[in-house]
Design a protein around this ligand. Structure first.
Ligand code: G3P
Ligand code: CA
Length: 259
């Protein structure tokens, strides 16, 4: 309903597959993104970092240790070294041999599938200039002016603002962590500041209630909390009036989606 939220356009509930459908397939791999497409998620989320030789690659942690058979920092490994790693076996033998994708091959693969992409700039302070590099990649792929086909977000709000200045046609989101905001909550000053550039406020779900949703809407932004992993959290957030959520299990968004 639009009654309580002023001029916010209530569109369809956005079901965002976190790092791909990462409850079902290894995070930040083409297998997890394919699964998100198969499960008819609206978006999949991914984490972008940069290899030693300057390629944009997808990995959540700043080291490859947890999700591959290698060791070391992403930024100290070349693309060839990263591509030699197995990014699937840690999750299940079924995914043995799954590779670390580049951002470019991911944008190319899902073009025309209808799925949209939520790009997180992960630890961008380790990668000076990554905002311009991602903007250039999006422009090269003609993804710079296509509605909400792409959203760019980060916990690093300076980085979000840099990206926004370089590519104002692509909507951006601020990630809001529990640890950084648990004492104060998200204040009106925070929301005024975010509203100066952002379209989405994407907080840890523990920070979210109906009141925060109302205040984010009042500031003209949408809210996509993370990370939903069970039905109870999904139902609670839906009742709070969120615009969508970021989940490891896209099936948790189905009920809301089809309401
Ligand atoms: O998209 C939200 C979520 O991905 C942020 O946390 O640690 O999973 O990157 P994290
Ligand atoms: Ca992420």
């Amino acid at each position: 309903s639009e009654s309580e939220s002023g001029n916010i356009q209530h569109s369809k509930f956005l079901n965002v597959a976190h790092r791909g459908a990462s409850g079902h397939a290894p995070e930040n791999t083409l297998a997890a993104f394919d699964k998100a497409v198969e499960m008819k998620a609206d978006y999949f989320e991914l984490d972008v970092q940069r290899s030693k030789d300057g390629h944009l690659v997808l990995m959540h942690d700043t080291t490859v240790d947890r999700t591959t058979d290698g060791t070391g920092a992403v930024k100290d490994l070349t693309l060839t070294e990263l591509k030699a790693l197995d990014a699937g076996s840690w999750f299940s033998d079924k995914y043995a041999g799954e590779k670390i994708p580049t951002l470019e091959e991911t944008l190319d693969r899902y073009r025309g599938t209808g799925i949209k992409i939520l790009i997180e700039l992960k630890s961008p302070s380790l990668y000076p200039g990554i905002e311009q590099q991602v903007a250039d990649m999006l422009a090269e792929k003609n993804l710079d002016n296509r509605g909400d086909k792409i959203i760019v977000q980060s916990f690093d709000h300076d980085s979000v603002q840099r990206f926004h200045r370089q590519m104002p046609s692509v909507p951006v989101g601020v990630l809001v962590s529990y640890t950084a905001y648990k004492e104060t909550g998200v204040t009106d000053d925070d929301l005024d500041s975010f509203a100066g550039y952002a379209d989405y406020v994407n907080p840890n779900k523990a920070l979210v209630d109906a009141e925060l949703v109302r205040r984010v809407h009042q500031h003209g932004m949408k809210i996509l909390p993370y990370t939903v992993r069970d039905r109870e959290a999904a139902d609670r957030l839906f009742e709070a009036g969120v615009d969508g959520f970021i989940t490891d299990y896209p099936e948790l968004g189905y009920t809301h989606h089809h309401k």
